[in-house]
Design a protein around this ligand. Structure first.
Ligand SMILES: O=C(O)c1cc(=O)[nH]c(=O)n1[C@@H]1O[C@H](COP(=O)(O)O)[C@@H](O)[C@H]1O
Length: 248
């Protein structure tokens, strides 16, 4: 990567489960070294609310609160202020909302953090979901750009208004790196240790491929949470992604 050391985060584990009991069991199991970043998404947040964020924070996990906001700028501003007050580490917004919405979201997040006296979270823009492929983009969304061009465009949009980075598939990393500053974060879901199992994901790579392509962090859910041994699955993925680098 141009001789510069790439910032790499420990894997972000998507705890997409229905109950507090299941979530807490995974938090306790995954309390290992290096500690993963815990991703709390829509299922847990809509079902369990702030309580589940506090449970993870109590155990010392960094939190990626993935709520993918997409609404008019005023609503996004106010919702992001509420998220900012939670003192979490990463959160998401859809780049498709445009620069006015992204700017409002970023301002809200920072205002909320100041009100609560905490560090502002890093705001990441969703580009094209990893469950989207060229066929869906063209035939259903009637977008004329290729998927890679669309992701590249959204990355530039997000960077232009000061966001920390984007969520994309590792496949798009070389295209994004061509047009963004060196420290722009590319966090990549759609990770499968075995490419034989995609589930609902369309654009997938292995943890080692994500590393080679220059991902700053991988998001992994079912390959860990639905494994018979989540800790062993996490550790294998973590080692394949971080190799011998020191974890951040
Ligand atoms: O924002 C995300 O984290 C996200 C964006 C995206 O494009 N694709 C994607 O899969 N995700 C999330 O990453 C996780 C992937 O889960 P698994 O497919 O089970 O590994 C889920 O929690 C998704 O919500």
């Amino acid at each position: 990567m141009g001789g510069k050391v790439l910032k790499r985060y420990v894997p972000m584990v998507a705890i997409d489960v229905a109950t507090k009991e299941e979530a807490v069991k995974l938090f306790d199991e995954l309390d290992v070294t290096p500690k993963p970043i815990v991703k709390i998404g829509m299922e847990m947040y809509y079902g369990l609310g702030q309580e589940i964020v506090r449970e993870a924070q109590k155990r010392g996990f960094k939190i990626f609160l993935d709520l993918k906001l997409y609404d008019i700028p005023n609503t996004v501003h106010r919702a992001m202020a509420a998220i900012g007050r939670l003192g979490i580490d990463f959160t998401t917004i859809h780049a498709a909302g445009g620069t006015e919405m992204l700017t409002a979201g970023l301002a809200g997040l920072e205002e909320g953090a100041v009100q609560a006296g905490v560090q502002p979270a890093k705001l990441l823009a969703i580009t094209q979901l990893t469950s989207i492929d060229d066929e869906i983009l063209h035939d259903q969304q009637h977008v004329d750009l290729s998927l890679i061009e669309s992701v590249q465009n959204y990355a530039q949009l997000a960077e232009s208004v000061g966001l920390a980075g984007v969520i994309c598939s590792a496949h798009e990393l070389p295209a994004i790196r061509q047009v963004t500053r060196p420290d722009f974060l590319c966090i990549t879901p759609g990770i499968r240790p075995s490419l034989a199992v995609h589930d609902d994901q369309k654009r997938v790579v292995t943890p080692a491929q994500a590393r080679e392509l220059g991902s700053n962090g991988i998001v992994v859910g079912r390959p860990i949470t639905q494994s018979a041994d989540p800790v062993a699955a996490y550790q294998q993925i973590q080692q394949a992604f971080l190799a011998n680098e020191e974890e951040k």
